[in-house]
Design a protein. Structure first.
Length: 65
């Protein structure tokens, strides 16, 4: 079940890439933290959101006949 919406995913990708780039630029392993937002954006699920019952995905409605 996904709990990360489109805008949230885009922001996570931007933050993840920025953190990875900073880590490469600064020669610092802390930039690897950027893998977390990238991974959660790619799979569309955030474990912390699940713990706190947060969902940024739009609600899916059943098809109307």
């Amino acid at each position: 079940m996904q709990n990360v919406g489109t805008i949230d995913r885009i922001l996570r990708i931007i933050v993840g890439i920025a953190l990875l780039a900073w880590g490469v630029w600064a020669h610092n392993w802390w930039g690897a933290v950027g893998l977390i937002p990238l991974l959660t954006a790619l799979i569309g699920f955030c474990p912390l959101y699940a713990i706190f019952h947060i969902n940024t995905c739009p609600m899916k409605r059943p098809p109307e006949d």
